[in-house]
Structure formats: C-alpha cells, structure tokens
Design a protein around this ligand. Sequence first.
Ligand SMILES: Nc1ncnc2c1ncn2[C@@H]1O[C@H](COP(=O)(O)OP(=O)(O)OP(=O)(O)O)[C@@H](O)[C@H]1O
Ligand SMILES: [Mg+2]
Length: 344
Amino acid sequence: MAKGLDVGTMNILSAQQDGNDTVFVQQRNSFVEIEYSDMAEQMLARSDVLHIRKDDKVYVVGDDALNFANIFNKETRRPMKHGILSNDEQSAIPMMKLIIQQVVGEPDRPDEKVYFSTPADPIDSELSTLYHQKTIESFLDDMGYDAEPINEGMSVIYSELADNNFTGLGISFGAGMTNVCLAYYAVPVMKFSVARGGDWIDEQAARATGTPVDKVTSIKEDDFELDFTTDVGGVEGALAIYYENLLDYVIENIVSEVDEEDIEEGLDIPVVVTGGTSSPRGFEKLFRDHLREATIPFSISGVSHANEPLYSVARGGLVAARSDEDVDREETAEPETEAAPPSE
Ligand SMILES: Nc1ncnc2c1ncn2[C@@H]1O[C@H](COP(=O)(O)OP(=O)(O)OP(=O)(O)O)[C@@H](O)[C@H]1O
Ligand SMILES: [Mg+2]
C-alpha cells in the first residue's frame, strides 16, 4: 500500500486506496488551549477527542478544536500560516504531529511510501519552506514511513491530469497560499507559490468592511457566488473584489515566471484549478475569463475545475506514491530465470 498526505494551512488529509475506492481522512489544522477542569475532563472522556494534556492546560486539536473553543469561549489557533509551520506559534510542532498521526495512521508495513505535499517557495515573501518540509518528513519517518515530499502544484497534476500524460498547469488555491506548477510528462518545468489564498481574501474583506474575519470566512464558505450582481458595499461585494484581485495576481505571476525556453512548442496546455478557495460558483469562469485576457506565452487548451477541490492534493500524493511503489517493485523483482531454488 501507499498513501498521499496533504499538509495544508487549514486542512490536513490523507488518501489511500481501498479496492476501487480512494478513502480520505481529514482533520482541521487547528487547536485550542483550555484550562484543565472537571468539565473539560468529562468532555474529553466522552469521545475520541484528539488532545494533549500539559500541566494544568489541555490542547484540543483538529476538528474538535472549534467545538471546545465555542464552549470554553476561547479562540482557536493554527499551527501553520502561509502554507508552512507558523513561526509565531510555539506550540505548532506537537499539534501538527498529533494531527498527522491521526490522519495518516500507522504504516501498513515498514517503510510504506507516503508522499506529502509541500509548497514551493513563495515568490512574494522571504519565507523558506525547507524547515517545514524537513519537520513533516521527520514526523513521518519516525512513524515508520518512507516519506517523500511532493510539490503541491505537481500533486494537482498527478491527481487531475493522468489522462493527459501528466502534462499541464495545476493550480491549488488554498488557505495560506496559492501553488502553481507547469509540468510536461510529469516533469515540472515551473513551480512557484504566492503567500496569498483564502486567508488573505478573508483578511482584506474583513478590513475593508469592518467585519470580524471569522464572520467573513463563514459568509464566504456558505453559498457565496462570484456573480458580481449583488451586494456592492457589503461583505460579499468585498469578497468578490479580493477574489478577482487574487486571480489577477496569480495570473500576473504565471506570466512573469514562465520561461519561454521551458515551453514545448505546438502543445496545448490544459489548466486545472483546485483547492478550497476555488469552491465558489463562478470561480472557474472568472479564472478562465481573466486568463484569456492575459498574455500567456503558451497555448491553453482549456480550464477545468477539479471535481473535489478539497481532495485533489491528497489524491495526487497517493497517485505519486503508488507509482513510486510500482517502480520499486519492478526493480526488486528478480527475473524468474535467475531465481535461486528454495533451500531445503
Ligand atoms: N465552499 C467554500 N467557498 C469558499 N471558500 C472555501 C469553501 N470551502 C473552503 N474554502 C476556503 O478554502 C481554504 C481552504 O482550502 P484548502 O483546504 O485547499 O487549503 P489548505 O490546503 O489547507 O491551505 P494551503 O494549501 O494554503 O496550505 C480556506 O480559505 C477556506 O475558507
Ligand atoms: Mg493546500
């Protein structure tokens, strides 16, 4: 067996194959710190709540963090920011470790392959992804996996463009970042990220309208459409403005990052958009319209939207891990004629 793991700023997901189905396990990448009390103890005893007890504090981690935060009137915190481990969150590492352990589970056998997503270095910030990547890799290796990083944009290509020989432009619009990768025949020729995604849209729209960020996020995630027909001056209007601004920013950076030497002449490139931020109705059309207006140095055959935008990065990791395992198996399988007779 093999697994894929999407380590995202908002969501952590694993993917594995079960017969013909792909099974996903998901947790919110979030935690809350509460005081240890009798009530907390009772609530923790009731179910399989992921938590860490430290002295008189309890850290509730993953999907349950939000419930506990509401009950105990606390704010949730996030171990990651802008696509990588947050450097202003001291507790990030043990929280991430616990979520990853729960999501990915024990390896089925020693050195089972797991491909985990990692962002490209952002072109618009000083952040380096190396420390983040090595930390996640060491969690997984310690659990007994053979862990390999896979670029998040490349993972989208593995997930969505298998029928096109893994050739195309994959874009993952996440919470902390947007990741872009152009690949020909599974070889990436351009990859970059920008440190803007859904969080950036939420923060900008919140600031512009004087609305709390959490409120903006829930309006955005609940039936918001990019149709530009309503709500000038309201939160939805502000969301639409910053959505459009993010798209233009990503397209602008694609234009400036593509090196003409990397382009294969005469090949039309499919573009796939995915990630939670690509969810609202109207997103795909808006992106297609804006891309058409830009001077992209290669010809585009079409723009499509992943069927399950929250799952494609984990699925891509699984596809890559399985094909890697197949290669290993072929290399280690001895040709029959050379097989030694079993000793008695
Ligand atoms: N239905 C929805 N409509 C609009 N936005 C949504 C919807 N569902 C989720 N989102 C947004 O998608 C983002 C999370 O997407 P995703 O899980 O792809 O990010 P991530 O992988 O955790 O982050 P990153 O890749 O940046 O590290 C958040 O900003 C969230 O608010
Ligand atoms: Mg992501």
